[in-house]
Design a protein around this ligand. Sequence first.
Ligand SMILES: *[C@@H]1O[C@H](CO)[C@@H](O)[C@H](O)[C@H]1NC(C)=O
Ligand SMILES: *[C@@H]1O[C@H](CO)[C@@H](O)[C@H](O)[C@H]1NC(C)=O
Ligand SMILES: *[C@@H]1O[C@H](CO)[C@@H](O)[C@H](O)[C@H]1NC(C)=O
Length: 391
Amino acid sequence: MKPTHKVLFVFCPMLVLVFIYYSSGKLHLHVWGHKPQAEPPLSVVAPTTRRTVPPDSEVDSTLIAGQVVGSVYDKQGFLLNLDGKLPAELSYKYGNLSEGMCKPGYAAAKMTTIYPKFMKPAPMFLDRNFKRLAKVSHYLPPFGFKTQERIIDLILTATKNYGLSEELDSLGCRRCVIVGNGGILANKSLGSRIDEYDVVVRLNEAPVTGYGRDVGTKTTLRITYPEGAIQRAERYESSSLFVFSAFKPLDFKWLRQMVFKEKLRGTEGFWKSVAHQVPREPGDIRILNPFFIQEAAFQFIGLPLNNGLMGKGNIPTLGTVAITMALHNCDEVAVAGFGYDMTTPHAPLHYYETVKMSAIKESWTHNISKEKEFLRKLVKANVITDLTNGI
Ligand SMILES: *[C@@H]1O[C@H](CO)[C@@H](O)[C@H](O)[C@H]1NC(C)=O
Ligand SMILES: *[C@@H]1O[C@H](CO)[C@@H](O)[C@H](O)[C@H]1NC(C)=O
Ligand SMILES: *[C@@H]1O[C@H](CO)[C@@H](O)[C@H](O)[C@H]1NC(C)=O
């Protein structure tokens, strides 16, 4: 072989390698949602880090030294170095608001600093235009509404209302609290603090009567799936919206029967007994946008995609779904009653039952530990406020 051939023989594969290395760097930029910017070729410095960390911090200087984008974000796309500090442009925006004032757009803005892929617009509930929601129209429940379009159309024709309330929809700044059912809420006297929020979200059958001192008395939304719905008619509060969250196709059929006050025939296919009536007018019933289940599962927590079908350990808990909804629809988000207080291992599992924490069962559907990792990121970065410090 001639020497020039030898050189080419070595040089060509090297060019190919360099190209692959370079394009994979670019690929990272796309995967993490950055628009490729006008920057010198081969620069793979994260374009957004400048606004997420102060310019003089250590992190930034190591970045300028040429660290690769993929190592700044974790697999899910969250910033690795999380802290509660506000980046410069946010502290400019919010720094002058006095303590306790509602900060417009805060939760979404802080979320975007730790998770650049975050896109705020996502309606809370399905409305008559729901078929245009591209992200959910191709998934079966619980990640979308495919195959259920007709029945949803029918239900929405009856409910006629697709927002919160005139008053809440017109608020310039909306503060929401998601009240989980954890025993960690017991004896903390947080009730009056919870009631101060504009929107109080409760889950499934979590009771209020008799627990007001600890969990508050106000309920704006009660998010429910059939097996979790309050079964005794007299336990329904009269003022809240009944927000339905579907986890399987059969759930929509149940909702139709509830909305049209039909007799429930057979409860086959449910994993426990379900309510036979929901004593609410159609106008007080809403369907939660299934996008929040999809985004929580696949984007935020990183549960197995399983071809977009419900499978082992890929269903987020309702609490995390509610938090995901709030990130898109509230200016500030707080949570209470999530997680467990490790200093009191004999505390009850739920604030309204005597079952102990030791009764936690291995769940087939959920992945509690992975889910908790996600929630910890939100708390650590101050995207959400954890009133009971259990996350
Ligand atoms: C906040 O206050 C500082 C100092 O008083 C001022 O320079 C700055 O413009 C204010 N920011 C906003 C957003 O009003
Ligand atoms: C939860 O996720 C972890 C990490 O991906 C995995 O090892 C574990 O088996 C999962 N648990 C369940 C119940 O699916
Ligand atoms: C809360 O207080 C009541 C009454 O003092 C007590 O019986 C109960 O065990 C307490 N619960 C927890 C979780 O500490």
